[in-house]
Design a protein around this ligand. Sequence first.
Ligand code: TXA
Ligand code: MG
Length: 323
Amino acid sequence: MITETGTDISKAVSFLQGGELVAIPTETVYGLAANAFNEDAVLKIYEAKQRPQFNPLIVHVASLNKAAMYIKHIPAEAIKLAAAYCPGPLTMLFSKTEQIPDLVTAGSSRVAIRIPKHTVTLELLEQLDFPLAAPSANPSGYVSPTTATHVYEGLHGKIPYILDGGTCTVGVESTIAGWNEEDELEIYRLGGISVEQLEDVTGKKIKISKKMTENPSTPGQLKSHYATHTPLFMGHAGEVLRRFEDQKIILINFTERNPDVPDEQQFILSPTGTMEEAAKNLFRILREADRLKADVILAEPLPNKGLGRAINDRLERAQFIMK
Ligand code: TXA
Ligand code: MG
């Protein structure tokens, strides 16, 4: 299959209507989209990504109103959160109706709903009479794509069309939140909307769930997520550099250059020292670091607040798992 990249929304519409896959731009990362109502189309997502079918997919819609047709109940808190952060990098879990196939939710009674903040994809969704199931558009386990070129590198030959909407502005995936049996809001994945931002709206402390959606339940069985081919370790340079003394290392720092490491072996996530800039650059820099084929990539943790928590979470998951 030839993979074309372009900006033609009507072309994307026809592929999706025909049950084919299209990579779509969002503000977080590119998604690999299919008609969420069409099981054959959804199956193609799992195949193209080599994604295990027990890992459910987020359903993208143009507005919460449109999703109201496939979800049973919208808690009052969800309406407040949506007013503040949707469209945006927030995904919420709701109990689903039968219209959403079990294949999309991997058998769960809850569906993940997100309204992406990207003009191209919002326009695309407006032209469709079905929602789009879409995981990140990368082969399962590798770093998520933040440009159309990243998508092409990972999936060319497997999908017919990449809708190019430029570089993703947020750069880490959406925050996933839902209500537990006690009707309390919990976070299942850290992401583009910070814990503090959610708490500003709810006025309450929010729990980070022990059942994080991307936790390998049995260590050693699943590949790590977001992983580079080069083994990645997290730690403070001062402590870990010595451990890798004889190896070719690449260092990823938040904002400052390390005088002990040659410049060509260093990446700075944010020259201006903001979490937003660091998030936006994170996945591109992981890919570039990987391409240098060093022995190890060392990543310094960021301050653990705001978007820094989501970035640290991604770096932790990218870490090399010792067998
Ligand atoms: O920013 C994003 O969320 C991007 C863009 C494309 O929207 N999408 C994304 O999808 O990151 P993916 O598949 O790479 O990650 C989605 C996560 C997975 O960890 C999955 O387990 C979880 O969401 N998830 C999806 N549906 C779920 C459900 N019904 N219940 C619990 N977790 C769910
Ligand atoms: Mg993903």
